[in-house]
Design a protein around this ligand. Structure first.
Ligand SMILES: *Cc1c(COP(=O)(O)O)cnc(C)c1O
Length: 464
């Protein structure tokens, strides 16, 4: 049976249109021919990257520090996307990079970031990672007392290590990361005893969630730890508040409608998810940094910015997702559409491995966009459908939610998932079924630059 009329499901489903801004995702609606040309040339799904958008976000973070009169440093959390283009922009813009593995550290150095602009975070590290970090003068995050001993030992042969101590936040007592306060005291004593091996420069944390107040509170508390460390003669002139700067994907009203009207029947197979990323955030990106700096930490009478200035302590931050807002999209080609009752199943030429949210038992929600081929109009009768991957697994769904498309997708149309650069694209990709992995294509409008090019880091198994 062919469905020609509007399927009834389409009439009831709340939509979640994604924000599209220039420079960045705006290109998608302007240049459908380019998108089809690339799909034909690549012969499979691909990711688009817009480094100009990264520049905008990085400048906003720098401005937030400048406006607050705070000495601040931004480190891009590299794990959020593997492409080389971001790290290359960091090297040129003077933005630092946060790495957590030997591979990430090597890639950042190879793409031009200097060792002293790198922070090395993550849990207990490999000896090779610590060795390279010490030799390159990176700020090495120490996560445990035994790691501090390993660093002191290693540094005795290699030269002095710049270190930060990661703190276990009292609001996340079950976290496996960081040192609790009794351990911090021991760590300070050890640093004071080994001044030739380690230079304690900072205290750090990384909180889950996207709230302002807990970050300002903990930063305020760590100012006390800076004072304690300084009393022992240690430099301790920086605090890192980690990442977790929110991204605003959809507007407030759409998000509210989605959350309040959520029904199992809005999903294929009545699938339900325990939780979602907060796709709408009124205070996002660098505006969230403004808010952290302006907040009064618990037990204090002045703003965090004022307290930092007075103590002459710098604030470091490690945004990943927020620096990639509006900086990338993922493009699939529709292979077919079948009808299941009052909605359709659109199957595309890639898998949910290229949309990582599925692998965290959740789903990436902003509505994908249909870019019809052959100049067919992009709207007509609305059509409700979920989106499936090309693999043989029933669970390989890219979107379980029934999305209302403004037109019925057809084979050869493109389906674009927008704003996927932050964590969606490549954390989980693998060449399952020997399906081609999506290459990353950098699109820029700079005069003199190629309109598009392959990213310099294709990634293992990527055909290009
Ligand atoms: C993942 C991570 C970040 C980046 O988090 P975002 O939510 O992408 O901003 C920063 N710092 C540390 C230590 C991390 O583990």
């Amino acid at each position: 049976m062919e469905l020609t009329a509007t399927p009834p499901a389409a009439l009831r489903l709340p939509s979640l249109p994604a924000h599209l801004e220039e420079p960045g995702l705006g290109v998608l609606t302007d240049e459908p021919e380019l998108l089809h040309e690339l799909a034909a040339g690549v012969g499979g799904p691909y990711h688009l990257l817009f480094p100009e958008r990264f520049d905008v976000a990085a400048a906003e973070f720098a401005t937030a520090f400048r406006d607050a009169g705070v000495d601040g440093r931004v480190y891009f959390a590299k794990k959020s996307n593997k492409a080389a283009c971001w790290v290359r922009r960091c090297a040129e813009l003077g933005v630092g990079v946060d790495v957590a593995s030997l591979g990430e550290l090597r890639a950042a150095l190879a793409d031009g970031v200097r060792g002293d602009a790198l922070v090395v975070t993550g849990p207990a590290k490999s000896e090779d990672l610590r060795r390279l970090a010490i030799l390159q003068g990176c700020l090495l995050g120490v996560d445990a007392l035994d790691e501090l001993e390993r660093v002191i030992e290693l540094a005795s042969g290699l030269g002095r290590a710049r270190i930060s101590l990661r703190c276990l936040p009292s609001r996340e007592p079950a976290s496996r990361f960081g040192l609790h306060e009794t351990e911090l005291l021991v760590a300070l004593e050890r640093c004071a005893q080994a001044p030739d091996a380690v230079r304690l420069e900072a205290f750090s944390f990384h909180l889950s969630g996207y709230e302002v107040a807990p970050r300002a509170d903990l930063a305020g508390r760590l100012l006390g730890w800076c004072a304690r460390a300084r009393a022992l003669g240690l430099p301790a002139d920086a605090i890192s508040i980690g990442g977790g700067f929110a991204v605003d994907y959809v507007d407030a009203a759409a998000w509210e409608r989605f959350r309040t009207r959520l029904e199992p029947e809005h999903f294929h197979a009545d699938r339900s998810f325990a939780s979602y990323y907060p796709y709408h955030s009124p205070v996002a990106g660098a505006r969230m940094l403004d808010a952290v700096l302006a907040a009064t930490p618990e037990g204090e009478a002045e703003s965090l910015a004022t307290l930092l200035r007075r103590a002459e302590v710098a604030l470091l931050c490690e945004p990943g997702r927020a620096l990639l807002d509006q900086a990338g999209s993922t493009v699939f080609t529709v292979q077919g559409v079948k009808v299941r009752g009052d909605y359709g199943i659109v199957t595309v030429d890639g898998t949910s491995l290229s949309m990582s949210e599925q692998w965290f038992n959740s789903e990436f929600l902003p509505d994908p966009i249909v870019v019809p081929r052959d100049g067919r109009p992009a709207s007509g009768s609305p059509f409700a459908a979920c989106v499936a991957g090309a693999s043989c697994l029933d669970c390989d769904m890219i979107t379980w939610r029934k999305v209302t498309f403004p037109v019925r997708p057809q084979a050869g149309d493109l389906l674009v998932y927008v704003n996927t650069a932050g964590y969606q694209m490549d954390s989980n990709e693998s060449p399952f079924h020997d399906l081609p992995l999506p290459p990353k294509i950098v699109v820029e409008r700079r005069p003199g630059a190629a309109r598009w090019r392959f990213d310099e880091h294709p990634g293992p198994g990527v055909r290009r």
